[in-house]
Write a new protein. Sequence first.
Length: 315
Amino acid sequence: MEETRRQEYRVGLITLVALALFLLGVTWGRGVRIGPGTGELLRLRFPEVAGLEPGAPVFVAGVRRGSVVALEPDSTSVVVVVQLERGIVLRRDAFARIGLQELTGGRKVDLFPGTAAEPLPEGREIPGRTTPDVAELLGRLGELSGQIQQAISRLDTAAAALTAILTPESRRALQQSIQNVSVLSQRLREFTEQHQAALGQTAENVAMLSAELRQLLTTQRPVVESTLQRLQYTSVAAEQTLGRADSLVLELRGATQRLVPILQELQTGKSLAARLLTDDTLAHQVDSTLVLLREFVEQVRRYGINVNVRLGTRP
């Protein structure tokens, strides 16, 4: 009896140990860690997590290097907080992806460190991508099959319409067009074969002409540059001339403005100049006076002036 109890105790103990090992293996496989975690915390932003849970493993280059700590959903995306082992170098173009574990069927996070030269700035979130699962792929395949059926139906409709359009006359016209295209291509091939030498010579001439033109531009570059420099100087001189012309126009405008009052005064007839222009009698008198004055000056110049001066007595 006592031996039977011992045997039962052994079986129960072995069963408990096996059950504990099984639970520990399943927990380990699903990424759940026991005990306090140490390492570096990173924030990964995904549009959706697709069944990812805290404790899921994080793989870097195919090697498990951490686990998911928390999920922080917001209005448009989900922030996944992961804890990585220290010493992992991440680059600026690092990204993450949610995948499916092969054995347990749970979710995992694959972290790709990146290949850029710049390191990842401290505190920066890493963008994440979501890999569709089997159900999602099947759903998309169903949608795609529906679209394919619609496309096939449209092709059938188009084929029926094309069959209705292609009457015997249109078929003959289409055959004639195809034959004409074939004849044209044949003639073009024959023309190319017959004039292949001429076409080759033309190509060589074009190449030679381009080489000569390039050489001419190279040799005449100083002349062209000198001509351009002269044109630049000419444009500068033209600008200066235009500036002086503008100044002259301004001066003429000022002179015109000064002449306007004089012309207005001449038109009123109040000044001596206006009377000389409008009064013929006064103009004749002034002319006669000028003639007499000219004769007097001529007499003085020719004969001089006799002046009698008496001092001390009265005449």
